[in-house]
Design a protein around this ligand. Sequence first.
Ligand code: SF4
Length: 707
Amino acid sequence: MSNDQQNPIKTICPYCGVGCGIQVRPGEEPGDMRFMPWGDAPVNEGRICIKGGAATEVVDHEDRLTEPLIRDDDGEFREATWEDAFERIVDELERIREEHGPDAMGFYGSSKVMNEENYLLQKLARRYGTNNVDNCTRMCHASTVWALRRSLGAGAMTNSMRDLGDEADLFWIHGANPAEQHPIANSQYFRQAVLDGATVIQVDPHANKTTESFEIEDTDRHMHLQVEPGTDIPLLNIVLKTVLENDWVDEEFVDERTRGVEDLEATLEDFDKEEAAATCKVPLEDIETAAEKYATAGNAAIFTGMGMSQHTCGVDNVQNEINLALITGNLGRPGTGVNPLRGQNNVQGTCDVGAMPNVLPGYQNVDDDDARESVEAVWGFEIPPEPGLTNVEISMAAGDSIHGLYIMGENPVMSEPDANEVAERLERLEFMVVQDIFMTETAKFADVILPATSWAERGGTVTNTDRRVQRMRPVEKVHDDTRHDLDILAEVGTRLFGDDAGFDFSDPEAVFEELRQVCPSYHGMTYDLLGEEGIHWPCYEPGDEGDPYLYEEEFTTEDGLGYIEGVRHQPPAEVPDEEYPLVLTTARLIEHYNTGTMSRRSPTLNRQHPENFVDIHPADADRYGIEDDDEVTIRSRRGEITLTAQVTDDIKEGVVWTTPHFAAASANRLTNEALDERAKIPEYKAAAAEIDVRIEPTDAGAEADDD
Ligand code: SF4
């Protein structure tokens, strides 16, 4: 049968959390597959961004890992059989547990893979005897999840992209850049709302494609508040105090549905708005105008991004957004809420299914005896009761109390802060196994590398940013000697713990059937019921249609109330000084994805930005004698990278802005590993830095040097 005769298969884009549906026409041979729009896809109705359109480019890439690799005694990798690889893994995991105990291992789940695979990985870790299991949400929205769970009940978007697009009158976009990070959500839903009259308030140190897409600079309606990195609490406290002073509080909502407003009032009683405006370097009257627009808009929705979450005060940043939504009654109805736009296509689901050190599937606390017992009744083994280490804590302990790592589809050498230190620590491990589709910067330190299948070759479910659980379907035959992550985990679990230990799964649907037994918010879903539309959680019983927006009647906290709590400014862990006088901040580009394992191998995506660069304000460029396209070295206390300068007033004076995508010059060699003490998220968004300008020697100068 020729390609043209084969029916296209509907699946989900493997890149961002919007969860766009795509169709792929399979081919007879690797490389023959063809991307097609899926016209009535539930999220995107056929629209697609540059990443989704290029997703098929990496599936048959020549760099794909095709056979297991084992590191020899001489330190070189050699090709191995699966049998040899499994034997080595089981021997090493058993040895480490015997010699050091189960908490000497760490397990990394991945938001690039399916719910079923992450479910099985966290079950494997807990059967091994440790809660040291985590995923990349720790690096993006751990603080958001923490604050939302504590103060509203669920660690997820309160509303759906569709109801926000249909009903919002104002978008408060804080530390987020949906035009680049969530392009179809921006163009399909939010931009349409703006064309229909909605207002945009953007708070960000960097003017970006979102600023452009709403023409924020050119109208009186929209505003861009170019805040100093790490000063979001004083900015929001000005907004909150302005709302209180002007009686823009929704008294009925506050009385009936919240508690803690007195604490907020007390916190702001002596708060000095002028001093705070000077701290965040935004004119006070602009912040007050923005406050009025938000409080009087009708339906006002907050989008919160990593500009808020990736700080040592990340939990408090998000709590202050929750405070604002609660005192103005902007929760529990369409077009409102506090909405984290999640990064990777399954980062929401990876958390939902329990690949975190403190919670079991469905966010049931691991230190809650009743929760543990209910899951143990299904799993048939005891779950350790103490929360484990987060992934950054695991990396920091590697080579000390952590002796081994099991990594599925993650790349901490690129993704974690202070990347040079991470690499040094991984080298000191006794044993590390990595499952991935390419040789990553992290896999180079492994003892065993297992070649996994890509998004195009396997099926399962993923959960998008607005809690919609959708099915992915295999569109291509399994490559060479690769295996699905699910099959690998099933094999390792069965070899470690026996045939009856609950790992002997041969297909994702069987895993999903067990998952829904222990995850209450997924309980009403089956593969058949998910169909092509998917279902938003919570879905407690078959037939529930799921909730596109949460908290219509009450919050899901213990007392059903939303929690207000005043917070005070905490500067970043590292602030500019004489030696490092600039603030370094980071963000992503539309064409690339996180550590770039896939996107840097895609010709279409790599064309626009094949290398890293740094944005520098013209006044700073003048001071350092830097011109556009000069090579500059950015240094922090943790390392240095050399990249090309872009002189632009898109960035605030005194701040330099770059990206984490490029191995040769990743921003994470410079970023600070300081953590929010509750959510344990690192402070990627503010580090002290300095610039050196690289002076290329002229020919004459070179000769003189030779002399
Ligand atoms: Fe894929 Fe996200 Fe682009 Fe949609 S918006 S096509 S999910 S990368």
